[in-house]
Design a protein around this ligand. Structure first.
Ligand code: ADP
Ligand code: MG
Length: 240
């Protein structure tokens, strides 16, 4: 579903991604971990073309994401993204926030956008909060609205960048549950997160990044249970 090869990214003189390869199969949930500053967010942003890689190739479901002939808006719609900060519009209801992209990006009528938005909110169990404003929702509910907003556009893959890092501990579970259901529905997912329990329970593969490179990767039991590289061992030792 996702094939990224030899991704390099420079910010001025800073060489942030140094030749990253990332393959993600359809329906796979790949977890990306690594120290702060190792390039995890930059990699996700390159996959979504929020950043332009300096070099390398990226295809999503067979579409060349970096080709000049690929429409960038169509390309971005194939890749949904959820951030640490939910970025909902405070003056719009949950339904309005989800419907907005359907109207603006996909040109749906108000009625169709709202019907799809309701269905997306239902998938994250927030159908009964459709008329609430973000300020009337918990952080976990707001993040689920952000997930609904992304899935309403029917992406082929979903990227999550530390989706629970801004949440109070008691609100984390509901967001992880929504992600897990999405995965059970067959969504292809790349998740950057520190929720190691979730990685152990739900990830097909864990990728460890450091200094702009993939150091090692494998099934969670292998990577957590028997890391091969000293750098991985040091990182896992720190976070436990
Ligand atoms: P991570 O998500 O693993 O913590 P990031 O991808 O956010 O790492 O950042 C990797 C490096 O790239 C950091 O040194 C960060 O300061 C730098 N960086 C990220 N975005 C930019 C940018 N827009 N301009 C300059 N430097 C950036
Ligand atoms: Mg980051």
């Amino acid at each position: 579903m996702v094939a990224a090869h030899g991704i390099h990214k420079h910010f001025g003189t800073l060489h942030v991604l140094k030749g990253v390869d990332l393959m993600v199969a359809e329906r796979e949930l790949v977890f990306v971990i690594g120290p702060s500053g190792s390039g995890k967010s930059t990699l996700l942003r390159c996959l979504n073309r929020l950043e332009e890689p300096s070099s390398g190739s990226i295809t999503v479901d067979g579409i060349d994401m970096l080709s000049r002939s690929t429409d960038i808006n169509a390309a971005r719609q194939r890749v949904g993204m959820v951030f640490q900060s939910f970025n909902l519009y405070p003056h719009m209801t949950a339904l309005g926030n989800v419907a907005l992209a359907l109207r603006k990006v996909q040109g749906k009528s108000r009625a169709e956008a709202e019907a799809r938005a309701r269905a997306a909110l239902d998938r994250v169990h927030l159908a009964d909060r459709a008329g609430h404003f973000p300020g009337q929702l918990s952080g976990g509910q707001q993040q689920r609205v952000a997930i609904a907003r992304a899935i309403a556009l029917e992406p082929r893959v979903m990227l999550f960048d530390e989706p629970t890092s801004a949440l109070d501990p008691e609100l984390v579970g509901g967001v992880l549950a929504a992600m897990r259901e999405l995965r059970e529905d067959g969504m292809t997912m790349v998740v950057v997160s520190h929720e190691m329990g979730f990685a152990k329970a739900a990830a097909d593969r864990v990728v460890f990044m450091a200094d702009g490179l993939v150091v090692e990767q494998g099934p969670p039991a292998e990577l957590f249970g028997a890391p091969r590289h000293e750098r991985t061992r040091a990182f896992l030792g720190q976070i436990e």
